[in-house]
Design a protein around this ligand. Structure first.
Ligand SMILES: *[C@@H]1O[C@H](CO)[C@@H](O)[C@H](O)[C@H]1NC(C)=O
Length: 261
């Protein structure tokens, strides 16, 4: 009897632990509907935010259409058609007149170009940030497979997704059907978020280097008599002359600074 009761407790203990381990409820979040497809006539499948802006791109897979909208989102947000004319198909060119074949996933690079896993068309398409659609991989083959090499000749399975990796400036293709991960390196310019901010960083850097050079030269000249007096060495005039005449004065200055140590 005692054994029966203790095994019942053990059983309940195990069951309780199994059940309670399934849910760990964390408080503090809230759900709000910010786009209502019934109202705007789109059925959202995948959404990505454009880097460095408040804009979003929404893929309506069933309508083969991409839309844009922007934060702050509300059910009254303006939603614009961005690419795909609503008819499934395969048409590159101006985004507004382009056609996709019910794509289910896409990714966005640092510049805002969109890459579409257009599986049914056996290709990866690019919608440039300026609104022009091209085929970047699989365009020539038009068949399923796992051929690597020049992207236009490459083939993919009938089931793959793509994701942009900013750190490496590449697309990774998770090719489910082939059980492979494939890599497509992108063009460098498509991974620079903004040429302005990069230029800004570069000029700040140059100014910093220039300032430290000027400071180095100034200190070099200021301490020169002191060093000569205390080391008791007089510099050979020829070398001195060479250093003054040299276009690269930093070399001479740094040797002056070295004497200080
Ligand atoms: C890619 O396809 C084109 C057109 O069919 C062909 O001329 C070219 O040799 C192919 N390149 C490779 C590397 O397979």
């Amino acid at each position: 009897m005692a054994w029966g009761i203790s095994s019942l407790f053990l059983f309940l203990f195990v069951v309780f632990n199994l059940v309670s381990a399934k849910f760990v409820l964390e408080d503090g979040y809230e759900v709000t509907t910010v786009v209502d497809g019934h109202k705007s006539g789109l059925n959202p499948h995948v959404i990505h935010a454009l880097p460095g802006s408040s804009n979003l791109i929404i893929l309506d897979y069933s309508g083969s259409t991409f839309y844009t909208t922007s934060f702050p989102l509300s059910v009254d947000s303006v939603i614009n058609r961005f690419a795909g004319d609503g008819i499934p198909g395969y048409l590159d060119g101006k985004a507004a007149n382009s056609r996709f074949s019910k794509p289910r996933s896409f990714t966005v690079d640092a510049k805002g170009n969109v890459y579409v896993a257009d599986k049914s068309n056996k290709v990866i398409r690019k919608i440039s940030s300026s609104g022009y659609v091209t085929t970047i991989a699989g365009g020539i083959s038009n068949e399923y497979g796992h051929r690597d090499g020049p992207a236009q000749n490459a083939t993919f399975s009938n089931d793959f997704d793509i994701t942009f990796v900013p750190q490496r400036c590449c697309l990774l293709v998770s090719d489910h059907g082939n059980e492979r991960v494939r890599q497509i390196n992108l063009k460098e310019e498509d991974c620079l978020e903004s040429s302005h901010s990069n230029l800004g960083t570069y000029s700040l850097w140059s100014i910093g280097i220039a300032l430290s050079c000027v400071l180095g030269v100034a200190i070099g000249f200021a301490v020169r008599p002191y060093i000569i007096r205390h080391t008791g060495r007089s510099e050979p005039p020829l070398i001195d002359h060479d250093m003054e005449a040299s276009p690269n004065q930093i070399g001479g200055t740094s040797s002056d600074l070295l004497l200080l140590h």
